[in-house]
Design a binder for this molecule. Structure first.
Ligand SMILES: Nc1ncnc2c1ncn2[C@@H]1O[C@H](COP(=O)(O)OP(=O)(O)OP(=O)(O)O)[C@@H](O)[C@H]1O
Length: 630
């Protein structure tokens, strides 16, 4: 069976057509509310046409000699139209805001849902930054437009269209005269848009740099004072403030010039209507009242047009943000099907799996592997050999390009994601510790767990000692801005969560500690305890992790090159045997070496262990594959 690889190089951005289609579909799920919002907005704008019309009519009547009663009726109609128009406008604003806010909220939720269901490797690849900026910054940009100017813009747009129609209804020649302003409006916009975008971007960067200078100086206050750097820092902040201020003034000046161009367009348009009106009145083609109505209609366009034009760049920005949000929201929903049959057999089978990312070369080739229920298999190989990819496929985090996986004889891709998660526990290299009391972090694995059960799980993985020593023990608030845990402690927690969740199948891929260190011994013992009795696939970043497994599978460039028990592989003198001997020889030196700086993923050094191709122990980590500490 061939499946499409689900890894994404970057999160998609929707095209304009797709964005509109998504918005229409979303609005279409609330047909009553959407139709009511549009109808009320159209009625509110249409009622605004009444006053100029009546005033024009009144002027004609005055010129023709009218009665006081006629005049009074006209004034009453204008007053009623004004009150009704105000009420309808307010109502339309509320309805449009309700529709747009609901659509945005749904899009945001959907985008978050799709993002959280992305295959883990894809998420690693695209980075959480892009994702956060889409569901955070982009949604906020759209939200600002939707909640502040959005409803006004919708009614403004309708007003512009209806007023234009109104002008043509009075007299088509007067309508055409009004249109004379259109090129000038377009020209003003063409002048403004290409300048405003970059200017605003520069202004935002300058403002960010100013904040950075201020925050940097405040955070490093002690050092700044200790080295008497106050003057330099104040100078730097002043420089940046000056730049930001200069840009803000520049933005304002540019906007003022833009407004003057709009005013020019208004002047030309109104003059054209009046001149054409004068000529038509002289030729007896229209009345003075009709010309007045047309001029009033045109005047009525001033504010809406100015608003639309001045918000054009905000709209452009909101459009771009919306397309990014919709791009993620349109990702296919996670496959969920089938009635989950209870797992009676907990063996795991990987059948003829070949995998590649995007259009890249295969990173796994024809892998077949069976782990009998309750047994532990270790994956060993150089960095990039495909261990993490195979573990991710085994844990149904990504679908293989070809081939399949069976857990208890069932293909996990045909089961509900939550069902798979209940039966397959995964401990990855990056453990996230959620902010809050430590006990709550552990209860993520089993919300109903009692304090005794949580304590027992910590005890099982040997973490109870250090947890008790924390300022508030189990209730210590951990995570960002609170008590910081080390990488190894975070891994301990992940293993304790595994014990609490108690899945029959476990997949471990951690490379926190350096081989030979006390931390590694603790984590290896913790992993052994946490996986006892479970069908386990462990990505061995240290020889110590592999040696205790029931079976070791050596991967090289995506292929299985050796398999057997530790003893068998050592005596076979293949790749594993060479690594073993090499590592044993350097073990004393490794033990004394200080821990390398963690890389981006929180793993020490390369985290890999084996230098590709050579089969030698990586001199940077000294990890390679594992010798149990004796
Ligand atoms: N999401 C991804 N998109 C594209 N290529 C990827 C992705 N993840 C891994 N790869 C590539 O697939 C190959 C196998 O990577 P994988 O992480 O599975 O190897 P590994 O043996 O686990 O390595 P390490 O020990 O360094 O983690 C590598 O060439 C890697 O660059």
């Amino acid at each position: 069976m061939t499946k499409t690889s689900t890894a994404h190089r970057a999160l998609p951005t929707a095209s304009a057509g797709q964005t509109w289609a998504t918005l229409r579909t979303e609005a279409g799920t609330m047909p009553g509310l959407t139709a009511a919002a549009l109808a009320v907005a159209v009625a509110a704008s249409a009622i605004g046409l009444v006053a100029p019309w009546v005033l024009g009519d009144m002027i004609d009547n005055l010129l023709g000699g009218t009665t006081l009663g006629h005049l009074f009726r006209a004034v009453t109609v204008v007053a009623v139209a004004a009150v009704l128009g105000a009420a309808l406008t307010a109502w339309a604003t509320v309805l449009v805001a309700r529709v747009s806010a609901t659509v945005l909220a749904r899009l945001r939720e959907r985008a978050l849902d799709r993002a959280l269901h992305l295959p883990v490797t894809s998420l690693d690849r695209v980075g959480t930054g892009d994702l956060l900026s889409r569901v955070g910054d982009d949604a906020a940009v759209v939200n600002t437009v939707v909640s502040t100017t959005g409803p006004t813009l919708v009614s403004t747009l309708i007003t512009v269209v209806l007023t234009g129609v109104g002008m043509f209804a009075v007299d088509w020649r007067l309508g055409l005269a009004g249109l004379a302003a259109a090129p000038l409006y377009a020209w003003a916009l063409r002048w403004y848009l290409p300048r405003s975008g970059p200017y605003y971007a520069k202004e935002r960067v300058a403002a960010a740099q100013r904040s950075e200078a201020i925050v940097g100086a405040l955070r490093g206050g002690t050092t700044v004072r200790a080295y008497r750097l106050e003057t330099e820092h104040v100078g730097q902040i002043a420089d940046r403030s000056h730049t930001a201020m200069g840009l803000s003034v520049g933005v304002f000046t540019m906007f003022t010039r833009f407004v003057s161009r709009i005013n020019r367009a208004e002047f030309v348009g109104l003059s054209a209507v009046l001149v054409v009106g004068y000529l038509l009145v002289r030729a007896d083609a229209v009345t003075v009242g009709a010309t007045t109505a047309a001029a009033l209609y045109f005047h009525r366009l001033f504010n809406p047009l100015a608003l639309l034009l001045s918000e054009a760049d905000a709209l452009q920005r909101a459009g771009a943000s919306l397309a990014r949000l919709v791009g993620v929201a349109r990702l296919p929903a996670s496959a969920a099907a089938g009635d989950p049959a209870p797992l009676t057999d907990t063996s795991m089978e990987i059948i003829d799996v070949t995998h590649w990312y995007d259009d890249g070369p295969p990173v796994l080739l024809d892998i077949s592997l069976r782990i009998p229920a309750g047994r532990r298999v270790a994956l060993v190989g150089a960095s990039g050999a495909g261990k993490t990819t195979l573990a991710a496929i085994a844990g149904a985090m990504i679908a293989p390009a070809t081939g399949s996986v069976r857990i208890g004889g069932v293909d996990p891709s045909t089961l509900e994601g939550s069902f798979v998660r209940r039966h397959v526990g995964i401990v990855t290299q990056q453990v996230h510790v959620f902010s809050g009391p430590l006990v709550e972090d552990l209860r993520l694995a089993r919300p109903e767990a009692t304090e005794e059960q949580v304590t027992a799980a910590l005890d099982a993985v040997g973490a109870l000692g250090w947890v008790r020593e924390l300022p508030d023990g189990l209730y210590t608030v951990v995570g960002e801005g609170a008590h910081q845990l080390t990488d190894a402690q975070a891994q301990h927690l992940a293993l304790a969560r595994l014990v609490l969740a108690d899945p029959p199948v476990a997949i471990l891929d951690e490379a926190t500690a350096e081989a030979g260190s006390a931390g590694a011994r603790d984590l290896d013992a913790a992993a052994t305890a946490a996986t006892a009795g479970r069908t386990t696939l462990i990505v061995a970043h240290r020889l110590t992790q592999a040696a205790t497994a029931d079976r070791i599978v050596v991967l090289d460039q995506g292929k299985i090159v050796e398999t057997g028990s530790h003893a068998e592989l050592v005596s076979a003198e293949g790749m594993y045997g060479r690594l073993w001997r090499s590592w044993s020889g350097t073990r004393a030196g490794v033990r004394d070496r200080p821990r390398q700086a963690a890389d981006r993923s929180g793993r020490p050094g390369t985290g890999a262990g084996v230098v590709p191709g050579t089969g030698a122990v990586d001199p940077r980590t000294g990890s390679g594959l594992a010798v149990p500490d004796r």
